[in-house]
Design a protein around this ligand. Structure first.
Ligand code: NAD
Length: 365
């Protein structure tokens, strides 16, 4: 099979984890005799340095051409005080919007060998297996008007949260379809006691639910959900929520999975005229400037994103399962990066980013 993939390593540890993820992709392509066509593009801080824009037109062109895009992470501390449209993160919002990937799927699973890596008690996290479906191209991150205005003596900042019925409907359908193939439970998360946006969200989710009679739906306020994710994570199957709530809640997944470095994601958009779905894959974590350049970053979220790409974009289920199995084998071997080491237990030196990538390839065989 021909696999055409655009790689956008980005900044900081984005480049390090992406190198290992691409290594795994090459290994899989060679083993199963697929023809892999890789292109590399610029996104984020590195793109600002080289072209002046966080999302250059050339990157947009390459992404539109590729069957799938694999991203690392963006963000450089030197841009922390730059205006929002001149920051690396603008590149991230730009590519998501350009590709129209409106549903971000974030699986959160607790591996048996990692329960000690979570700061939560084992009996709480054991058996956690959920997918957070985050709306990705609407809401307060994109709404206008936005900006900071000086009005005489006062300075005012404005952001706008906006959703249309159609935007809520399509992401809700994605969540219900996923639930049909899982434990048939959708928990929709909103703030309908305060926000009109959430009242429309809840209404549309209930309408969509009628088309999926085998799936149970419940609604939870976002503040309660933040608590329940930690108190009783096993109660969740598919969690459906808007952009900013999903951004924040899914970092709690890092506590359940043992490290933010473990979490993969897949973003899904509309169908191209060819019939193929537009898809973007990236680990959930950021560019981690505190550990960048030290060969310390956990690459398993990026490698898990490759497994998702093989399954969703190319329908290569056997190859995807082999990557997932190899991740488990490496976790069970204990040769993991420092973020997965339980505190207070004396062990040998942690594995490097590169060693974990190589170990995954070796475990695939
Ligand atoms: P972060 O995810 O980069 O880091 C949070 C903490 O988790 C840090 O202590 C970091 O060392 C650790 N961490 C993250 N990934 C890890 C990995 N793979 N292995 C081991 N440890 C890991 O979030 P942040 O510090 O809030 O943000 C840093 C920069 O990244 C900012 O510029 C932010 O805007 C950007 N960011 C980008 C994305 C993205 O590109 N998708 C997502 C989140 C944040």
């Amino acid at each position: 099979m021909d696999l055409s993939v655009l790689v956008l390593p980005g900044d900081g540890i984005g480049t390090e984890v992406t190198r290992e993820a691409v290594g795994v992709l090459r290994h899989v392509a060679a083993k199963w005799r697929h023809s892999l066509k890789l292109a590399e593009g610029l996104l984020g801080g590195i793109a600002i340095h080289r072209t002046g824009s966080p999302f250059p037109a050339e990157t947009a062109r390459l992404a539109a051409e590729a069957d799938a895009t694999l991203m690392g992470a963006v963000g450089l501390p030197e841009f922390d005080n730059a205006p929002p449209d001149q920051r690396p993160e603008k590149g991230l919002l730009g590519i998501r919007q350009a590709l129209g990937v409106y549903a971000n799927l974030r699986p959160v699973r607790t591996y048996a060998s990692l329960v000690d890596s979570s700061p939560l008690k084992n009996h709480l996290v054991e058996g956690t297996d959920m997918i957070i479906v985050r709306e990705l191209t609407g809401g307060i991150y994109y709404g206008t008007p936005r900006g900071i205005a000086e009005n005489g003596a006062e300075t005012q900042a404005v952001n706008t949260m906006t959703y249309t019925r159609a935007e809520i409907d399509r992401v809700a359908r994605m969540a219900f379809r996923l639930a049909e193939a899982r434990r048939r439970q959708v928990t929709s998360v909103d703030k309908s006691n305060v926000l009109e946006n959430s009242q429309l969200w809840r209404r549309v989710v209930n309408e969509v639910a009628r088309d999926f009679p085998d799936v149970k739906v419940d609604h939870m306020l976002v503040d309660n959900c933040a608590m329940q994710l930690i108190l009783n994570p096993r109660r969740f199957d598919v969690v459906l929520t808007e952009n900013m709530f999903g951004d924040i809640l899914s970092d709690e997944g890092a506590v359940l999975a043992g490290s933010i470095g473990m979490l993969p994601s897949a973003s899904i958009g509309a169908r191209k005229p060819s019939g193929a779905w537009v898809r973007l894959y990236e680990p959930v974590h950021g560019s981690a400037p505190d550990i960048a350049g030290q060969n310390k970053a956990n690459p398993l979220g990026a490698i898990g994103s490759v497994a998702a790409m093989l399954a969703y974009s190319f329908g290569l289920q056997e190859e995807a399962k082999a990557v997932e199995k190899a991740i488990e084998t490496v976790l069970e071997s204990g040769r993991v990066t420092a973020d997965l080491r339980p505190a207070g237990i004396p062990l040998g030196p942690p594995a490097t980013t590169e060693q974990v990538g190589q170990a995954v390839c070796a475990a695939i065989g």
